[in-house]
Write a protein of this length. Structure first.
Length: 113
């Protein structure tokens, strides 16, 4: 009987030690999960902030402003546009005066001048 009690006592002690160990690991894993969840939330907020910033950087007005200031680009006008023929690669001459050709163009019936 004493041997059986000793074996049962050892079994209870072993299972108690195993229970303490698994609870400790469970707490550690829970803490690690909470830490990673907070990090994921923080990264989501950072990602959203960067997306908003990227959208703000790519507005057409800002792009045009940077193109004019930093790249010294200018908007196209008929006076500075050169047309090239696709087949020969030669420049196509521009009309002499676009205002004169508009004045000579036929008007629609009922249109005012």
């Amino acid at each position: 009987m004493t041997r059986l009690n000793l074996v049962l006592l050892l079994a209870v002690m072993a299972s108690a030690m195993y229970l303490v160990r698994t609870q400790y690991e469970s707490r550690n894993l829970t803490v690690q999960l909470d830490r990673e969840t907070r990090l994921a939330r923080r990264l989501d907020v950072e990602f959203d902030r960067l997306q908003v910033e990227r959208r703000g950087q790519a507005t057409p007005l800002r792009v045009e402003k940077l193109a004019k200031e930093q790249l010294q680009m200018r908007t196209t006008t008929p006076a500075i546009t050169q047309y090239v023929s696709a087949s020969t690669g030669a420049l196509i001459p521009l009309p002499a005066a676009p205002a004169a050709s508009a004045a000579a163009a036929p008007q629609r019936p009922g249109a005012r001048r």
